[in-house]
Structure formats: structure tokens, C-alpha cells
Design a protein around this ligand. Structure first.
Ligand SMILES: *Cc1c(COP(=O)(O)O)cnc(C)c1O
Length: 645
């Protein structure tokens, strides 16, 4: 393996570039995790996790959650704000919130609240169900609870109930009429609300979610509405309840300039309001802190051209400079980063169950007596390839013969056997062409074409729609990396397909060497060894947005905590079982118990009329019931394959 090094693997899969300091390729060729970069002594080998998972009999695919990474990101964001504020001499504090829509899993919310406790880090909710959650889970009385999104009367009542409980709940007004409901209810109930106003911003974020800003944004008040809101509150003697200015110009902001512009615009509105007598205490800069999914450090849609440090610095300094210029107090800064806190902490692990090779199986192509001219022509080309140095021409001719053959077959001119010969010869020619030392400058298109046509498909035991929705919905790039054997040269170029019966169920956008690639090199599958791959950075949105296409349900989850005293530096704190077939059927209105009884009745009938023997019948009934209780994904044997052992 002299022609392959760990450095080559790193160059190919870019683990360090998207890994955020948490992931790295170990010298032993396994993916490794440093859950807390400030403590590099704790280093977990993914292979050790896989072995333990296998020992415990947990079925693939699984979500692996690294709680320490989540904690570390929460601490890191808070400390970065503190450090930048100290450095700048900022005269107010930072009180961030975590928007739970990004990942509402209870374990995630609990961990964020716990890790954020020393910083009074709070929660944000954008719907009634989320509000009910944060009321119960934001247990720190000092921290903020921010409420965004459209609200009905019940929503407002719940918020005011929180105020009664003495909580710092800020209702952010998204449209003017919400203010009328809120003031009316607060008078009725007899408790003062804390009010925020979301400003519709002129600046637009660059990237996929740029629609969150600009004139046509769905949320927020225009300049004139903001002034009306202030007047309305003053007229109702509630001017002092207005506490916060909020803006959010979109998620995954790719260009730092959008952040700077938004802060400037927001700071201007804040200071103008101050001059008008509205003494707001907080400015909430929303979410948008991006993740470098493709490791390119660029403004491509799956990346960002800045770091957390720069993002925080630009907010703190931008706000401070403008406030000083306008001679208004520095506001308490709030941010609503969700993606940046959660993306790294979880990944999806699955096994490749088989390789789907392109169509070059060997059919006997030796001449037959009645072979059609097309067959003879393409055979002649295949056998005398050396005489044709122009590779593009060979490819064109071969493709042409193949197409002609298919048409001739349809017209009953070519037999099925003849067509099989043409196909086999076609793939032989392509493989031969691929072996030629082609010159990029001359044959770029052809090389691309060959790479794509000859690529294999690795069949992964997972569903894109459940576990990587954004790769399908918005062409989001997620890093895909083999978890072991990274010290071996990966020689199979392939794309990744899932087990749904949907041709969209595939991943064919990968981090390439410099540009996005339709295929990714992986290692040849072995008969007697599982091949595990990881889909990384799935902790934000992907974890919770998936659907049950084809009735593939939620994944088994393994929660990992690091533990320095353990020989492997970790322990599995909890295993959360994924959906059973019964679970997903119940959601679709079926009654699995009744189904089992129906099947039992049918089998009993078969036993009665002698079609099935009684003992065998009982076994079939048990089997049906076991499968109902079982996992929705493929069940592989101990070697990770689908064949019968
Ligand atoms: C979605 C959302 C967020 C989270 O944005 P990220 O880019 O994931 O940090 C924050 N605030 C509001 C209002 C949102 O709608």
C-alpha cells in the first residue's frame, strides 16, 4: 500500500476541513473522534464504537450522537461571544438561545440547556408545540425564551402563562395584528409581556435561504409598521414592555458580508428607536451561522467563507461601533444559532450491502452464423481497438452501435441473444477506453462520461428521505466517508443508492477534489467483512426532518459519551430503539394487532384444509408477528450481507 497514505485519504475526503476539530483520519486508517478539542487526550476510534454496537446486537442503520460535541459547540459559541466582548470592551452581555426547530429531540434540547446553564443560554420556539416544549424544558430562570413564528391566541396565553411563572419570555411580533392580541390578553390576564419586534430587513442573505430577508420576506414589520408599533404600545402605556429588536436574514449564510450588512442595518434601527424613546435592551441577530459542509471555505451553497470567531467578531464590533457613533447604550446581544450548534454532533452510520455494477457481465460474444451486421461491426471494433487511437471516436461509434442495436431489437430485427452480445461488447470497449492514458486537455468530456458510465452504485442500508432529506430536497452536500480502511487506496468509483423504491433515493453529489463530483472512490467490498460508511454533519435539520417514504422509519440511536478512564475513551450511555414496523404502520392508521390476527385466521384456515401442517403454521404466525415488531430496514447477516448464511 505504498501508493496510498493517510494524507491522500485526507485530501480525498477532506475530513479535517469539514470536521470542525472533532473528526480526523487516524494513522490506523479508522475515522477518529476528538469530542472535546480542548482535551485531545480523549480520542475515540470509530471502529471501537462499531464493534460495541455489533456486540450489543443493534441493527444498522444507526444514528450516532456524540453528546460531548454538542456540549462543546454550545460552550464554544458562548465563550467566543464573551471573549470578543471582553476584547472589544463591549458594555453588555451575550444571552443566546437555541432554536429547537433545528433539532427538537429531547436529548438534544436537554443537553443544550445543561451545557448552556453557566452562560444562561436559553431556547427559542417557533410553534405552539415547540412553545409547550420550551416552557417545560427551559428550566434556567435567568435565561431567555424567545418566541418567533405566527401566533394564535393560545400561543399568546401560553407565553403569558410563562410570564406568570416569572420567566423571561419574549414574544417577538411578526405582524402587526399580533400586537393587538397580545396587549388585549395581557390586560385580561393581568401580566405584562416582554415584547420583541422582528424587523423586515432590506439586506438579503446570500445563499439558499436568502428569501428570509428583503422586501418580500414572509416575516417581520416594515419600517413604518415598527414606528406604528412603538406608538401603539406608548398609547397603551406599554412602551416599557418593548425589549427586543429581532432580525433573521436566513440560514446557512455563505458570505460574511451579509452578516456585516445585517448588523449595520439592525444597529441603525435599534439606535433610531432609542432616539424615538423606545429604550430596547436586546438586539437579536437571529440564526444563519453556517457550516462548511463541503470543506471548501467558500461562498458555495454548502459552505461559508468565515469562521465562528469572525462571525461573532463582526457582530460584536459592528454593533459596538454603530452604537458608540449614535451615542446609545450597547444592547445585550442575542443570537439564535441552531445549525452551527448541532450539525457536527450526530452522524448516520450504515453498511454497504452490495455493489451494483454497470452492465458489463460477460456474455459469450463469439460470432454466430446469423449475427446481424451491427453485432459484427461492434465486435470488429472491440477486437481491433488498437487500430483506433482516437478514443472519442471509438466511444461515439460504440455508443452509436449500441443505440442502433436497441432500435433493431425493438423492430424484431435483432434477437435477444444478439442484443446481449452488443451490450457485452459495448461495456468491454468502455473498460478498454478507461484503461487508456487519456489526456485531460483533449478528452475531458470523455473522461467524465466514462467515469460516470463505469461507476458502480453502492447500495447502502438506509433511506435518503429519512436520514439525509436535504441531499434530495435542496442538493445539500453532506460528507460521506468510509469509517475504516482509510489507509487502503479506494479503487471503486461509485455513487451511493438507498433501499427505497425511488430513483431519487441516492446520493450523487460528493465533495470532490476542488469541485463537486458525481462519484466518490470507495473500497472494494469483501466477502467476510462489513463495509461501514458514515454520513456526517446530520445533527442539524436532517435528524428531525426525515419522512417515512416507503415506510422506512426512524433509526436506532446510540448515544456516546466520552470517558477518559475507559480504555476506549467512551461508553454508550443510551440506546434508543428506532421505529418498528408496527410503529410506522400505526401512524398510517393500520392496526398491527388486528393484522396479525387476520393473518392468523387465514393460516388457521390453511391448516384446517391441510394446505399447511399445524406446527409449520404456528411458526409462520410467529414469524409474521416478529417481523411486525422488527426494524424497518434490511436485516443483514453477521457479515453484513443479505445472503443466507
Ligand atoms: C431557523 C431559524 C433559526 C436557526 O437558524 P440557523 O441558521 O440554523 O442557526 C434562527 N432564528 C429563526 C427566526 C429561524 O427561523
Amino acid at each position: 500500500m505504498t501508493d496510498w497514505s493517510i494524507a491522500d485519504a485526507e485530501k480525498l475526503y477532506r475530513v479535517k476541513r469539514w470536521g470542525g476539530g472533532y473528526f480526523e483520519i487516524g494513522e490506523n486508517g479508522n475515522l477518529q473522534i476528538t469530542p472535546d478539542p480542548t482535551n485531545p487526550n480523549v480520542r475515540i476510534d470509530f471502529k471501537a464504537i462499531l464493534e460495541e454496537i455489533k456486540e450489543e446486537g443493534i441493527q444498522m442503520p444507526i444514528v450516532v450522537r456524540f453528546h460531548d460535541i454538542l456540549r462543546s459547540q454550545v460552550v464554544s459559541l458562548n465563550k467566543t461571544f464573551r471573549r470578543k466582548m471582553d476584547e472589544a470592551g463591549y458594555k453588555a452581555s451575550y444571552m443566546g438561545v437555541y432554536p429547537i426547530k433545528v433539532n427538537q429531540m429531547r436529548e438534544v434540547v436537554e443537553e443544550v440547556v445543561d451545557a448552556g446553564e453557566p452562560f444562561n443560554f436559553g431556547l427559542e420556539a417557533g410553534s405552539k408545540a415547540e412553545l409547550l416544549t420550551v416552557l417545560a424544558y427551559n428550566t434556567n430562570a435567568e435565561s431567555l425564551t424567545i418566541l418567533n413564528g405566527y401566533k394564535d391566541e393560545e400561543f399568546m396565553r401560553l407565553a403569558l402563562m410563562g410570564r406568570k411563572m416569572g420567566r423571561k419570555i419574549i414574544v417577538v411580533i411578526e405582524k402587526f395584528s399580533e400586537l393587538l392580541t397580545l396587549t388585549k390578553l395581557s390586560k385580561q390576564i393581568g401580566v405584562e409581556p416582554l415584547i420583541g419586534i422582528r424587523a423586515k430587513m432590506f439586506v438579503k442573505g446570500k445563499g439558499r435561504w436568502e428569501g428570509s430577508g428583503g422586501d418580500k420576506a414572509k416575516f417581520g414589520l416594515s419600517t413604518s409598521e415598527i414606528i406604528s408599533a412603538v406608538n401603539f404600545l406608548n398609547e397603551n402605556n406599554m412602551g416599557h414592555c418593548l425589549k427586543l429588536l429581532h432580525f433573521h436574514i436566513g440560514s446557512q449564510l455563505t458570505d460574511i458580508r451579509a452578516v456585516k450588512d445585517a448588523v449595520t442595518e439592525g444597529a441603525r434601527i435599534y439606535s433610531e428607536l432609542h432616539h424615538l424613546g423606545a429604550k430596547l435592551e436586546y438586539v437579536d441577530v437571529g440564526g444563519g451561522l453556517g457550516i462548511d459542509y463541503d470543506g471548501s471555505h467558500s461562498t458555495s451553497e454548502s459552505s461559508r467563507n468565515y469562521t465562528m470567531e469572525e462571525y461573532v467578531g463582526d457582530i460584536v464590533y459592528g454593533m459596538m461601533e454603530l452604537c458608540d457613533m449614535e451615542d446609545v447604550p450597547h444592547p445585550i446581544l442575542v443570537s439564535e444559532s441552531g445549525r452551527a450548534l448541532t450539525a457536527h454532533h450526530s452522524c448516520v452510520v450504515t453498511e454497504v450491502v452490495s455493489e451494483i455494477k454497470p452492465n458489463y457481465q460477460s456474455f459469450d460474444t463469439s460470432p454466430g452464423e446469423d449475427d446481424h451486421l451491427i453485432v459484427n461491426n461492434i465486435r470488429d471494433l472491440a477486437q481491433n481497438l488498437d487500430r483506433y487511437p482516437n478514443s472519442q471516436e471509438v466511444y461515439n461509434d460504440a455508443s452509436d452501435w449500441k443505440e442502433q442495436a436497441i432500435n433493431a431489437f425493438k423492430l424484431n430485427v435483432l434477437s435477444l441473444g444478439e442484443l446481449a452480445k452488443v451490450e457485452t461488447l459495448y461495456w468491454q470497449i468502455l473498460k478498454q477506453l478507461d484503461k487508456r492514458q487519456l489526456n485531460v486537455d483533449v478528452n475531458a468530456d470523455l473522461m467524465w462520461e466514462l467515469e460516470e458510465q463505469l461507476a458502480s452504485q453502492y447500495l447502502g442500508n438506509f433511506s435518503v428521505f429519512q436520514s439525509a432529506a436535504d441531499t434530495w430536497a435542496i442538493d445539500q452536500i453532506l460528507p460521506v466517508v468510509p469509517l475504516t480502511r482509510l489507509n487502503e487506496k479506494p479503487t471503486i468509483n461509485c455513487s451511493l443508492v438507498d433501499i427505497t423504491c425511488d430513483s431519487d433515493g441516492k446520493i450523487d453529489n460528493f465533495i470532490g477534489d476542488g469541485e463537486i463530483s458525481k462519484t466518490i472512490p470507495m473500497h472494494p467490498l469483501k466477502e467476510d467483512e462489513q463495509y461501514y460508511i458514515g454520513l456526517f454533519l446530520t445533527g442539524a435539520y436532517q435528524d428531525v426532518m426525515g419522512d417515512m417514504h416507503n415506510l422506512f422509519g426512524r433509526l436506532n440511536e446510540v448515544h456516546i459519551y466520552s470517558y477518559d478512564d475507559d480504555p476506549e475513551d467512551f461508553y454508550i450511555e443510551e440506546v434508543v430503539a428506532g421505529s418498528s414496523v408496527s410503529n410506522v404502520l400505526s401512524i398510517m392508521q393500520y392496526n398491527p394487532n388486528a393484522m396479525a390476527q387476520d393473518v392468523k385466521r387465514m393460516i388457521d384456515k390453511c391448516i384446517a384444509n391441510g394446505q399447511i401442517k399445524p406446527r409449520e403454521g404456528v411458526k409462520w404466525i410467529d414469524f409474521y408477528e416478529d417481523c411486525l415488531k422488527g426494524y424497518t430496514y434490511l436485516k443483514t447477516n453477521s457479515k453484513g450481507s443479505l445472503s443466507v448464511e
